[in-house]
Design a protein around this ligand. Structure first.
Ligand SMILES: Cc1cc2nc3c(=O)[nH]c(=O)nc-3n(C[C@H](O)[C@H](O)[C@H](O)COP(=O)(O)OP(=O)(O)OC[C@H]3O[C@@H](n4cnc5c(N)ncnc54)[C@H](O)[C@@H]3O)c2cc1C
Length: 407
């Protein structure tokens, strides 16, 4: 199973190594277009600084997934798309060590797969017209998945569900076709060739497993449009950290860090884990485990903050799986927030708001899946945050962020 967040990050880090500038938290809101309908620039809203900025460009690749039609709309172009909701149920540990597939009540294939330190049960597939930002798994989706897997794994309901995860597939808009028959292939829509803005290219469809191929195809097309006929070679290049294997047994002895922690670190960083280990020579105290579920040591959090451009705890979750294990951040959030605040020099109120944001984001996936032992776990989490951390009583002097004004 791929770690989708890590794959995305490694591609960004690799691009940066080759001269790209990575701008997170920048939302495309408009395009600069000349009187020949040619794209000349992109206008974006910087959610961190609150400033509206722009860059000059002749070609734009719209890879906004289930928001791609909205980006096209801001260029006054149409992009028909078929949005398809999918949900996963996540268990607290590896309840299987092999993949299990089974046909669901409607004849669709569903699966149960070990993923990192957890297990994923998925997935549903439903046409949706809702806002992808607010979608959560429904009770029906959870029951559909459990009931189907129960036919081959009767004890599945005894396992602890820690949360659900919901996403939206940006499918090619095939009409009068049942969802399961819609292609999972991809298209690159050249708006200029279809009476729209010249220089705007939009992705429809595709899969995570084909994303590198998709990126190559569009890079070659951009090259052609810019008059640079050099074929993309990324399929021949390993992503950062994947150049070689790592002997974690030797490293465990050399740095006196547990094999388990190093095994997980290797999965995330490969050869690049040496940067984390070198930091522990300077600061042996940063060998402390911060997230015990994963596990993640303090030095890795510091390297992630310094090199992988996180702004928030939620970003750290996506970078290194902080808070994604069985305790869902009950024990690591405060500690990680303090490290983030120190590294980014954040004021105290931002520190508290970040913790609240992190909990709110986790809660979106936890709320509807709570049952059995997970109820007790949530009681514990609430006790930690409200009684020990006093988070519900904290007097947070919170200034609205620019994009929240008027909400
Ligand atoms: C439940 C589920 C299960 C799946 N399982 C698999 C699988 O097993 N194997 C597989 O290969 N694929 C799988 N997929 C498909 C795969 O995950 C999707 O195809 C993929 O996530 C879509 O990638 P994307 O980059 O197009 O869109 P996204 O990953 O959604 O990324 C779009 C990005 O655009 C950004 N964005 C949106 N609007 C703007 C804007 N105005 N300005 C700037 N940025 C913007 C968003 O913030 C987001 O980061 C699954 C999908 C789902 C939903």
């Amino acid at each position: 199973f791929i770690d989708p967040f890590r794959l995305c990050l490694l591609q960004a880090l690799d691009a940066r190594k080759h001269g790209a500038e990575i701008r997170t938290y920048c939302e495309v809101i408009d395009f600069e277009v000349n009187d020949k309908d040619e794209i000349k620039g992109v206008v974006f809203y910087n959610r961190v600084s609150g400033a509206t900025e722009s860059v000059k460009t002749q070609v734009v690749v719209n890879a906004a997934g289930p928001w791609a039609h909205k980006v096209a709309k801001s260029a006054d172009d149409k992009l028909p798309i078929r949005l398809n909701k999918g949900a996963h149920v996540i268990f607290d540990r590896r309840i299987v060590n092999v993949g299990v597939t089974v046909k669901a009540i409607d004849g669709r294939w569903i699966y149960l797969f070990p993923h990192e330190n957890t297990t994923l049960l998925g997935t549903t597939a439903l046409d949706t017209w809702e806002d992808p930002d607010t979608l959560v798994a429904s009770f029906d989706e959870i029951e559909y998945l459990l009931q189907s897997m129960e036919t081959v794994l009767p004890s599945i309901r005894e396992a602890r569900i820690i949360r659900t995860m919901t996403g939206v597939r940006p499918l090619v808009p095939e009409w009068k076709v049942p969802e399961g028959k819609v292609t999972r292939g991809y298209q690159i829509v050249d708006h200029g060739e279809n009476g729209g803005k010249k220089g705007l290219l939009s992705f429809l469809g595709g899969k995570l497993v084909t994303c590198r191929h998709m990126a190559e195809a569009v890079t070659d097309l951009v090259g052609t449009k810019l008059g640079k006929e050099v074929a993309c070679t990324t399929h021949e290049q390993p992503l950062p950290g994947n150049e070689d294997d790592v002997d974690i047994i030797a490293l465990s002895k050399e740095y006196d860090i547990s094999l388990h922690a190093l095994e997980r670190m290797r999965a995330r960083r490969g050869t690049e884990m040496v940067k984390v280990l070198e930091l522990t020579k300077e600061h042996p105290e940063w060998k402390t485990t911060i997230c015990t579920c994963e596990p993640i040591i303090e030095a890795e959090i510091r390297v992630a903050i310094r090199e992988e451009f996180p702004q928030t705890l939620n970003d750290l979750r996506r970078r290194i799986r902080l808070g994604t294990g069985p305790c869902q951040g009950t024990f690591c959030t405060y500690k990680a927030a303090a490290i983030l605040a120190e590294e980014l020099d954040l004021p105290g109120d931002d520190f508290l708001v970040d913790i609240l944001d992190f909990r709110a984001e986790r809660w979106k996936g936890i709320r509807q899946s709570m049952r059995g032992e997970q109820l007790a776990q949530e009681e514990l989490a609430q006790g930690m945050y409200c009684c020990v951390g006093n988070l519900d009583q904290s007097d947070v002097d919170y200034d609205l962020k620019p994009w929240e004004e008027g909400c």
